[in-house]
Ligand binder design. Structure first.
Ligand SMILES: NC(=O)c1ccc[n+]([C@@H]2O[C@H](COP(=O)([O-])OP(=O)(O)OC[C@H]3O[C@@H](n4cnc5c(N)ncnc54)[C@H](O)[C@@H]3O)[C@@H](O)[C@H]2O)c1
Ligand SMILES: [Zn+2]
Length: 375
């Protein structure tokens, strides 16, 4: 097991990579009420391993549904009502057991229930182990805005139990690899070499390869968050590929990592157009994402985008309609600053820069890069 710490403004968060869900009891505060928040799938697979508490202090379980569409204030309200029925007070500890959606909702609900109670996570998806559960960003979507309402608040602890990944559907494993590749591209070139050499083992969830990738990702994210917890500078780099990704996610639920994969291909292509990386580096990025079963162009999303693509195929007019929809969603990004947005470009593999760019310039880069929707 590896232990990594994040020093946040309100305390330390400790991440245990390789610890088991079965041992979570020893991290819970003694003599205090604890409530678990999980989702229906995680409960189905792992309820027998959840801590149960004692006869004096049994641990209640609140179960939510799944999918990006339930990441809303309405779900937070349901949780509040259940917490009140259970009798949760300010000393209650809330434990989220699940993927990024459970962690984002649990962290947010715990941070505002009774002005804030302590919380921790057992992270059960690859994406949440390498990204979502680490760093203290908690929140929900609002109307068509992703992660629009939330707080910065560090969990007391995060347990990344890599053994839980064996029940994850393969698409969800690939979603996690997208964020791992993102870390390699923005700050860790040797990690990209390692992924290329170990692709087969990574896809087969080889325990050593997964442990190294999760640990390196957590270390990288922890060091970025420690320098800039509230995202005023350095942390913006973690948004590489996310401007387009969030726009795609708004149009259709395609999975966060898959959207990030397409977003990273586009951002790499924009970086090449600015002369910051070479065309062969762009090709290398596409190849590694493809080898991890991630989509690298909009045509790879044929199923979820079928309707729009059919419309687009019928005429160039339809095609630009589709681009317009994506672009209009991009301009609704919560991180925009009037007519500009901070955009992350690669500056070589393993390095990146954040630049403010107008939506007009971004649109030009986007349209130039999209001949027949090839990014
Ligand atoms: N807070 C952050 O810093 C941050 C960073 C990145 C992503 N996110 C957010 O994370 C969310 C995506 O998270 P995710 O990809 O983990 O998705 P998710 O939480 O929806 O989990 C994916 C699916 O896997 C199921 N599942 C979870 N663990 C399982 C297991 N061990 N075995 C079998 N099935 C399991 C879930 O029930 C769900 O159906 C998005 O909302 C994204 O915005 C947040
Ligand atoms: Zn992400």
């Amino acid at each position: 097991m590896k232990t990594i710490q994040v020093q946040g403004s309100q305390g330390v968060s400790t991440i245990y990579v390789g610890e088991s869900l079965r041992n979570v009891g020893k991290y819970l505060p003694e003599g205090r009420k604890c409530v678990i928040i999980t989702d229906i799938n995680v409960k189905k697979y792992y309820e027998q391993d959840f801590p149960t508490g004692s006869s004096m202090l049994p641990i209640d379980v609140i179960t939510i549904s799944t999918g990006e569409e339930i990441k809303t204030l309405a779900t937070v309200e349901i949780i509040f009502r259940e917490l009140i029925v259970i009798g949760a007070d300010r000393s209650t500890f809330i434990l989220g057991i699940g993927g990024g959606i459970v962690c984002d909702i649990t962290g947010f609900a715990a941070s505002i229930y009774m002005r804030g109670v302590e919380f921790g996570f057992v992270s059960t998806t690859l994406l949440s182990q390498v990204d979502a559960s680490v760093g203290g960003k908690n929140g929900v979507n609002f109307d068509s805005y992703k992660n629009m309402v939330g707080v910065f608040c560090q969990p007391k602890f995060v347990i990344c139990d890599t053994a839980l990944l064996k029940t994850l559907p393969s698409d969800e494993i690939s979603n996690g690899f997208a964020e791992i590749v993102k870390h390699a591209l923005i700050a860790d070139a040797p990690m990209l070499d390692y992924i290329e050499v170990n692709t087969e083992k990574a896809l087969a969830l080889d325990s050593q390869v997964i442990a190294r990738l999760v640990e390196d990702s957590v270390k990288l994210k922890a060091s970025v968050v420690q320098k800039d917890e509230k995202e005023s500078g350095e942390r913006k780099k973690l948004n590489f590929g996310h401007t387009l990704a969030h726009a795609l996610e708004k149009l259709k639920p395609i999975g966060h990592g898959r959207a990030v994969s397409i977003g990273m291909v586009a951002a790499s292509s924009f970086s090449a157009k600015k002369g910051l990386i070479t065309d062969s580096e762009c090709k290398r990025i596409r190849k590694v994402l493809k080898s991890l079963n991630l989509p690298i162009d909009l045509n790879d999303l044929v199923n979820p985008f079928n309707e729009l693509l059919n419309k687009s195929d019928s005429s160039m007019n339809g095609l630009s309609c589709f681009m317009d929809e994506i672009f209009s969603a991009m301009t609704k990004d919560k991180k925009k600053d009037k007519d500009k947005i901070s955009f992350v470009f690669l500056n070589g593999i393993g390095n990146c820069i954040v630049e403010k760019i107008t939506f007009k310039d971004l649109q030009q880069l986007f349209m130039k890069s999209n001949k027949r929707m090839r990014i």
